[in-house]
Design a protein around this ligand. Structure first.
Ligand SMILES: Cc1cc2nc3c(=O)[nH]c(=O)nc-3n(C[C@H](O)[C@H](O)[C@H](O)COP(=O)(O)OP(=O)(O)OC[C@H]3O[C@@H](n4cnc5c(N)ncnc54)[C@H](O)[C@@H]3O)c2cc1C
Ligand code: SF4
Length: 327
């Protein structure tokens, strides 16, 4: 596999970046660490003639407890002990993204915007050609759920569920200016699965903002994958909460790895706030989340198994978050 030629642009500021984005509208991709984009390019998936590299844009770098720049490397965050102890769910997720080598290049922005995955999509051009391609690249039908309108590729980033339960916001910049939205609104749950984000044309992710209240939450992230040293999540469960004894005073839960977008379950956790989180209530929560998700057969593990594991992982993650159990 080889990379086809493209024109590389290397802006120095956010303003210059979005100007280039306006100029090459629809004909470019942003490049962060490249650990997701470049393997896809090598497989000739949705190639663009222009690539805008973000590594020299100073404003996208660095992190604090309040703000994480989109270009911050996962490995740099992973080495910040204060950040890890403040946000235990994020710490769990960071340690389990890919391999240490990938985390040296991979960035927070790239992780939040990582392309969705499917057994029929993450394949070489020749493999996909032999099957007749699919909706998400070069074709007009889905091989997983046979129809021609919707893609069910799975959102497989580890960080998104953990930032979702911390009520993170994202700062975006585009040809029409800057804005800040809740991370939960970044993912297009009503889209067709191909358009998977609510971003406007050319919009760039500048940073993730974490509200001060999120620092007092106890959290946990539990990930199911085939090879613990390497693989994408087949399921990821993030929890953040506050407890007074057995009484829960704040609770949020989010899942990744099972559907085309990461998803919070506020409608199921909100009624528990103010209650004692007994074994029975926790079991009922786990069962409700299990009923609410619909994995399809496009990753390695069977959807029925992944779905059954949702309940197991929800109970584990909530219990461990409450107890503050170390990973
Ligand atoms: C072997 C292997 C295993 C992996 N395992 C995991 C895993 O277990 N968990 C996991 O979460 N990921 C995994 N990944 C995927 C990937 O490495 C990570 O998600 C990584 O964090 C992606 O970051 P990046 O900077 O390399 O993104 P890139 O590849 O540079 O970009 C990813 C996407 O985001 C867009 N993008 C990047 N930054 C911005 C920005 N600031 N604004 C707008 N768009 C942007 C790009 O255009 C591209 O579409 C794995 C990858 C490999 C190769
Ligand atoms: S879910 Fe269907 S359309 Fe989407 S990548 Fe897989 S085969 Fe293609």
């Amino acid at each position: 596999m080889h990379l086809d030629p493209f024109e590389l642009h290397r802006p120095l500021s956010v303003e210059e970046t979005v100007r280039l984005a306006g100029q090459w509208a629809g004909q470019f991709d942003y490049l962060a660490g490249g650990t997701d984009l470049l393997p896809n390019y090598k497989m000739h998936i949705n190639l663009k003639p222009h690539v805008i590299a973000l590594d020299a844009v100073a404003e996208l770098a660095g992190h604090s407890l309040e703000r994480v720049g989109a270009m911050e490397r996962l490995a740099v965050l992973e080495r910040d002990r204060e950040f890890l102890s403040t946000y235990p769910a994020v710490a769990d997720a960071l340690r389990e993204v890919a391999t240490p080598l990938v985390r040296e290049s991979g960035t927070v922005g790239g992780n939040l915007l990582v392309e969705t995955r499917c057994f029929f999509f993450n394949q070489s051009y020749f493999w996909r050609a032999s099957l007749g391609f699919c909706l998400k690249a070069d074709g007009d039908r889905c091989h997983v759920v046979p129809q021609k309108e919707r893609c069910y590729a799975t959102f497989s980033g580890d960080l998104a569920p953990t930032f979702l339960v911390l009520n993170a916001e994202v700062e975006l910049a585009g040809p029409d200016g800057r804005r800040r939205i809740p991370l939960s609104e970044l993912y297009d749950a009503r889209g067709d699965g191909i358009r998977r984000l609510t971003t406007r044309p050319g919009e760039l992710l500048v940073a993730v903002h974490l509200p001060p209240e999120s620092r007092s939450l106890r959290g946990r992230y539990r990930k199911l994958r085939v090879r613990p040293s390497y693989d994408f999540p087949e399921l990821g469960v993030a929890v953040a909460g506050r407890w007074e004894g057995d009484r829960v005073t704040a609770l949020s839960l989010a899942l990744g790895g099972v559907e085309p977008y990461p998803r919070r379950f506020d409608e199921l956790t909100a009624p528990l706030v103010g209650e004692n989180l007994s074994e029975d209530r926790l079991k009922a929560l786990a069962e409700s989340v299990t009923r609410a998700v619909r994995p399809v057969h496009n990753t390695f593990l069977l959807p029925d198994y992944r779905r059954r594991m949702v309940g197991v992982y929800v109970r584990r993650a909530v219990t461990e978050a409450k107890e503050g159990t170390a990973a």
